[in-house]
Write a protein that binds this ligand. Structure first.
Ligand code: IVH
Length: 669
């Protein structure tokens, strides 16, 4: 028994070290396999010893799906922003102001990258991560500790020596280019909207309620600011090097500069060299090194006088327009796309750039054969930002938006007040039909393996699937007639389709391709209605009463279900066995008053149902969920790995701690 506890401790420190070697130093000492085996051993031991729980154990990096919402916390020191400059001259002027402000003292400047992610504040006590808070409004931010724990390059337990007992370190959470591209490719395949840039993706990921999904996405973190009362050195650079020795990832680009000439050289070098970095940067930051001098210079209301940001110019290229094409989306929306002479921009070749809609195209005033400015800036999806009017060929005609659908020839319509032109031929326009099939099978919808964009098009072309409901009639031998399908892959698709009958109703609603009903709205609509019958019967005002549903969405939902073809599709899906009502646990209708007047605190990880499901059950049986244990709490519903502090408190107050089985028995009618 004791030896198992010792083994847990030694595995934890061993894994912390290997983790550091791999994620911070990029220099692993053991193979991935060996790492996984040690991790597995630790997981097993920890599950046998819940009493030896540690929120900072390396096993917690994989994330659990416990958290629900974020609490807010006030920053110890407000998180200010930096004054921006856009030219070498501006930076030089800042250096001179600093020199003057310090009346000619010797000044060392630290040059560093301005990482383009999401700012974070980490609090360490006794060498352990205790809290991670987003920038928020600068005064207070969201506590995202569970998500941040999954970021492998953030030490949960510091190594080395000399750290203050209590300190804060700030940095940037980033999503490296490679992870960003992988994530967007997955989202595209699943028919989800793409992240415009790694910054949005990092910020969005940090705010996910599911740390397991956060862990999967591959965030990274660079630290650049140490704060506290007992810092080891009197200057920024040495403090950051100390932080590096404690296990933090501090960029190698951080350098001390001793003159304006050094500063200029640094800018000129990184203006191009930054393109080779694995993460997005949007500029450089210059800071006065000495903490005493920082104190002397102080702050303005918004930013420190001792630091300045230099923003890189947006990357821009000039290239010729070959032609404008018009894409048709699954909702029939027509998007104009500029097809360009290939041009190199921030390391990738750009051939196409969205022109978004008619209004934007008109504002740009694009003519045939125009030379266009393409920009990436912080946005990864290139956009056309202007036209070189002087280079326009004589007699060039303006590019007109099409009046008819480029795919099916139907006259386009434009809804009053909307920017988009739409092809109304929902049932006869191939990209719309194929797009809906593709969306239906996507990972976040019905999650049918083995069908992607190409297969969806083939299924349609072979006359096998025209409407998502047709999928459920597919036989393996029919699939085998399609090129690229063998018996095995055909069976896999058919099995995938069969398994999709179990997909919860919320996702079915999303899969239907109701205009403007995205993933979140679909969930809310499905839960509010409870079943497809109820949803189809709901009046527009009833729909509008649902959170997130405004008049426009209410109208499109009503119109969708009023359509005869859609009614047939729904009927056939129902017949095929697709879920047409909410699984019991998600509906919020009261079931009994067995728990009336009882308040519950939920803690730990559960195996039969998710935490949210338990919360829901408590409410549906008349009970109340409360966040923290007090004298008034009636029960603590405890799963595995219940926090030790909660356990102690519950025991001290003599509040009964019940297991999930106890609870399920309790609510049995
Ligand atoms: S120092 C008081 N250093 O840029 C100075 N910030 O515009 C605090 N950022 O909110 C910031 N890289 O999120 C600093 N090397 C760097 C940075 C950096 C990126 C972000 C940070 C901050 C924003 C300021």
């Amino acid at each position: 028994m004791n030896t198992e506890i010792e083994r847990i401790d030694s595995l934890r420190s061993l894994l912390h070290r290997h983790n550091y070697n791999y994620y911070v130093l990029n220099d692993p000492e053991i193979s991935d396999r060996e790492f996984d085996m040690l991790m597995k051993e630790l997981e097993e031991l920890e599950s046998r010893h819940p009493e030896h729980f540690d929120p900072n154990s390396p096993t917690r990096r994989v994330g659990s799906d416990l958290s629900g919402g974020f609490t807010q916390e006030r920053h110890i020191y407000p998180m200010l922003s930096l004054a921006n400059t856009y030219s070498i001259d501006d930076v030089d002027a800042w250096v001179k102001r600093v020199d003057e402000g310090l009346s000619g003292q010797e000044v060392t400047i630290v040059g560093e990258m301005k990482f383009d992610g999401s700012g974070i504040s980490l609090i360490y006590e006794h060498g352990r991560l205790v809290r991670a808070v987003t920038r928020g409004d600068g005064e207070k931010g969201d506590v995202v500790t569970d998500n941040v724990r999954t970021i492998r390059s953030i030490p949960l337990q510091l190594q080395g020596e000399g750290w203050p007992d209590f300190f804060e370190i700030r940095g940037e959470i980033v999503l490296p280019w490679a992870a960003f591209e992988r994530l967007n490719a997955e989202r595209e395949a699943a028919g989800e909207s793409l992240f415009a840039n790694p910054r949005n993706a990092a910020a969005g990921t940090l705010k996910l309620l599911n740390p397991a999904e956060v862990a999967r996405r591959g965030l990274d973190a660079y630290l650049y600011y140490l704060l506290g009362d007992n810092l080891p050195y009197d200057n920024h650079y040495d403090n950051m090097m100390a932080a590096r020795s404690w296990g933090f990832k501090v960029s190698d680009a951080m350098t001390r500069l001793h003159s304006i000439a050094d500063v200029d050289k640094y800018i000129n070098y990184w203006d191009t060299a930054r393109k080779e970095l694995p993460v997005a940067t949007d500029g450089l930051v210059f800071k006065v090194n000495s903490l005493r001098q920082q104190l002397n210079l102080g702050f303005t209301a918004k930013s420190p006088r001792w630091a300045v940001a230099y923003k890189f110019a947006a990357e821009r290229a000039l290239t010729r327009l070959r032609f404008v094409s018009f894409d048709v989306g699954r909702m029939g929306i027509i998007t104009p796309v500029a097809n360009l002479e290939p041009v190199l921009l921030s390391g990738t070749i750009v051939k196409r750039a969205s022109l978004h809609n008619d209004d934007i195209m008109r504002t740009l005033g694009i003519h045939e054969g125009d030379m266009l400015y393409v920009e990436k800036g912080g946005e990864i999806i290139p956009k056309i930002t202007g036209v070189d009017v002087d280079a326009r060929q004589l007699g060039a005609r303006p590019v007109e938006f099409v009046s008819h659908c480029p795919a099916c020839g139907t006259q386009l319509i434009r809804v009053e007040g909307e920017a988009a032109w739409v092809c109304p031929n929902k049932e006869g326009c191939i990209p719309q039909i194929v797009g809906r099939i593709e969306h239906f099978v996507g990972r976040r919808m019905m999650n049918i393996d083995g069908i992607g964009e190409e297969t969806a098009a083939q299924l349609f072309a072979h006359g096998l699937v025209r409407n998502p409901a047709d999928l459920y009639d597919l036989q393996p031998h029919q699939l085998e007639t399609i090129e690229g399908f063998a018996a095995k892959s055909a069976q896999r698709v058919v099995d995938g389709i069969a398994a999709s009958r179990e997909v919860p109703f919320e996702r079915v609603v999303f899969a239907l391709s109701i205009p403007y009903v995205g993933e979140t709205t679909a969930k809310k609509v499905a839960r509010a209605a409870g079943s497809i019958d109820r949803l189809m019967a709901m009046t527009t005002p009833e729909l509008e009463a649902i959170e997130d549903v405004g008049p426009r969405i209410a109208r499109t939902i009503s119109a969708f279900f009023a359509d005869a073809e859609n009614q047939v599709m729904v009927a056939r899906l129902r017949q095929a066995g697709v879920q047409m009502e909410i699984a019991e646990d998600h509906s919020s209708a009261p079931v009994s008053d067995t728990l009336s007047g009882k308040s519950f605190v939920i803690s730990g990880v559960f195996s039969h149902h998710s935490r949210d499901e338990y919360k829901n059950m408590i409410e549906r049986h008349g009970g109340k969920n409360v966040g923290s244990i007090s004298k008034k709490t009636d029960y603590v519903l405890a799963g595995e790995n219940m926090g030790p502090a909660k356990l102690e408190k519950a025991e001290k107050l003599g509040i009964p701690i019940i297991s999930e089985d106890d609870f399920l028995k309790m609510i049995e009618e």
